[in-house]
Design a protein around this ligand. Structure first.
Ligand code: AMP
Length: 216
């Protein structure tokens, strides 16, 4: 299964990407997770990306394209991949097209998760993320079994610094300006399918499964 997931921050892509990755046993490639790990470790990429991320802005395309090229070099994507958070600009999408064509791994489809800004803002306010494995939780909609502790690895659950209200407004604006042009880009190629993402994770999963069955 070779899929690209797109949608605004907080729309639930990460949750669905994890489920798809487990279901189809293919790697979940989340560029936000890769960057947060790089920042945590203080690598050269992390140092470059930190300021952009903290401001709620996109990290420059050249940095992102290099990260994704390196990730695909690991070779575990031969059976498929779930791309989550990349591409986020048309320039990134063009570079990705070239990379995937070169590797003989073109995507089967692109899923667009759609949701109103108010729902997104409320979701992000309650979002908590495992410091270790980056698994997403929500204080109301998908709470951990023990408060502030990850069910899977016991990691501490934190609120991401870019999940504050002001940063979320900035990220939503950037999504509209820089990422939304991907919608006509993939629509023109006949790859785009839309999923209503305002419902519960289970309801969204069911909708995703219906869409994915059309790609197979
Ligand atoms: P996410 O976890 O997907 O919400 O990403 C967190 C942050 O990482 C974003 O707000 C950006 O600053 C940065 N980021 C992640 N993926 C990309 C990308 N494809 N292009 C540019 N910046 C990105």
């Amino acid at each position: 299964m070779k899929l690209i997931l797109i949608g605004a921050p907080g729309v639930g892509k990460g949750t669905q990407a994890k489920r798809l990755s487990e279901k189809f046993d293919v790697p979940h490639i989340a560029t936000g997770d890769i960057l947060r790990e790089a920042v945590r470790l203080g690598t050269a990429v992390g140092l470059k990306a930190k300021g952009f991320m903290e401001a709620g802005n996109l990290v420059p395309d050249a940095v992102m394209i290099e990260i994704v090229e390196e990730r695909f070099e690991q070779g575990d994507t031969r059976t498929g991949y779930i791309l989550d958070g990349f591409p986020r600009t048309v320039h990134q999408a063009e570079a990705l097209d070239q990379l995937l064509a070169r590797l003989g791994l073109p995507p089967q489809g692109v899923i667009l998760f759609e949701c109103d800004d108010e729902v997104i803002t409320a979701r992000i306010a309650g979002r908590r993320t495992c410091e270790k494995c980056q698994r997403p939780y929500h204080v109301r909609f998908s709470p951990p079994k023990r408060e502030d502790v990850c069910d899977v690895d016991g990691g501490k659950l934190i609120q991401r610094p870019d999940d504050s209200e002001a940063k979320v407004r900035e990220r939503l604006k950037n999504y509209r300006d820089q990422t939304a042009p991907l919608i006509p880009y993939y629509e023109r190629r006949g790859l785009l399918r839309r999923v209503d993402a305002k419902n519960s994770p289970e309801a969204v999963s069911t909708a995703v499964e219906t869409v994915v069955s059309c790609f197979r």
